[in-house]
Design a protein around this ligand. Structure first.
Ligand code: SAM
Length: 353
């Protein structure tokens, strides 16, 4: 690490004792800041229609093999209001980039959740008009997940990632400046990614007004131009997560389900040993979730049982406070390291430009 907390390439590729030391340092910082509490959210994947054509993603618009669906708002509201596991404190609404789903499913669902529960609401629905962001916020969502995918603009364009790199970064800044808690992130192990690209990801993440960040290992998606590319090394993604935690002990870092595709059976749990403090239960109705194709048709579904078992096995406990509340107060179940909540500082940064 240098004085700004940027990792050295060697640490991102470390193994053995050096890797253990990196991960231990990350976990110790997480415990110091968050105790043994882990946030548990539910995700519902409301639509697999997508107007974008990212070459890494199975939902890309050119994929004609995919049966497209939009979930029904009432069905999802009933599911989330009446059948949400008690450990779930937040709901994440995810979709391909589909303005119809935002209007007809996401916004009514956010309203139902806001009116009937105290759960926090996050959205991960891609790029939209500023008025649409404002409508989602006014409906009651407070966390926006918008990954920058790669900090290399030429690579971003080559991967046909959404709109343009400049637009993606501009919207991340706009969302933060208008009061959203923004989580971003990148894909580790993308075909063509260099060490210099990896380091740029850290630099960009550190510069942006973020409250959280995620790292997904690259999984060659079925029915995509990159389907024959090699899967990311899980250790690279885990080392990136640890280095991000060391760079920014205050961030929310999820253990993503793709870690279990990169290392079946243990990748996800290793994420919890690498500084992650957020896990996600998949509550997408089973009749449609097979068609929410980011990677493989054979999905690894994070059920409540799997999640709670993984948390307990790591000696952790679900946070009883929501992520949304944490962002407002900087406290997890009364556990407060005495540091000011990062997000407050970033609100000021964002407004000051
Ligand atoms: N459409 C929204 C957007 O663009 O933000 C949200 C849904 S998008 C499918 C969610 C995330 O999945 C992307 O931001 C990307 O990081 C990740 N993703 C998609 N395909 C992937 C792959 N093959 N490997 C790893 N991550 C992938």
């Amino acid at each position: 690490m240098n004085e700004l907390g940027m990792p050295a390439p060697a640490s991102l590729h470390s193994r053995g004792a050096a890797q253990m030391e990196l991960h231990e340092q990350a976990v110790n910082l997480t415990r110091k800041r968050f105790g043994n509490h882990v946030f548990v959210r539910a995700v519902v994947e409301i639509s697999n229609y997508c107007r974008e054509n990212c070459s890494y993603c199975g939902m890309r618009r050119s994929n004609r093999q995919l049966k497209r669906y939009r979930a029904n708002h009432e069905q999802l509201a009933e599911l989330l209001l009446d059948h949400c596991p008690p450990s779930v404190t937040d709901v994440n609404i995810q979709a391909g980039e589909d303005p119809v789903a935002v209007r007809e499913v996401a916004i009514p669902l956010i309203r139902s959740l806001r009116q009937n529960t105290s759960r926090g609401v996050s959205v991960c629905v891609g790029l939209h008009d500023k008025s649409v962001y404002a409508e989602m916020k006014e409906a009651g969502a407070s966390i926006y997940i918008l990954k920058f995918e790669t900090a290399n603009p030429a690579h971003y364009a080559q991967l046909e990632a959404p709109a343009t790199f400049e637009r993606r970064i501009g919207d991340i800044r706009h969302l933060a400046a208008t009061g959203w808690n923004v989580s971003s992130g990148f894909i580790a192990g993308l075909p063509g990614q260099t060490d210099a690209d990896l380091l740029e990801n850290f630099k960009l993440a550190n510069e942006l007004p973020l409250a959280g960040v995620s790292v997904s290992p690259f999984i060659p998606g079925d029915e995509t131009p990159l389907s024959k590319a090699p899967i990311s090394d899980v250790d690279l993604a885990l080392n990136c997560m640890a280095a991000l935690r060391i760079m920014r002990p205050d961030w929310i870092i999820p253990s993503v389900s793709a870690l279990n595709l990169a290392e079946p059976g243990s990748g996800y749990r290793r994420g919890l040993r690498t500084g992650a403090n957020l896990v996600t239960i998949n509550m997408t109705p089973s009749d449609v979730r097979g068609d929410y194709l980011l990677y493989k048709r054979d999905r690894f579904i994070m059920t409540e049982e799997r999640i709670l078992t993984a948390i307990a096995a790591e000696g952790l406990v679900p946070s009883s406070r929501s992520l949304a509340e944490f962002y407002r107060t900087g406290r997890v179940n009364g556990y407060d390291s005495g540091e000011k909540p990062a997000v407050k500082r970033f609100d000021v940064d964002a407004v000051n430009g």
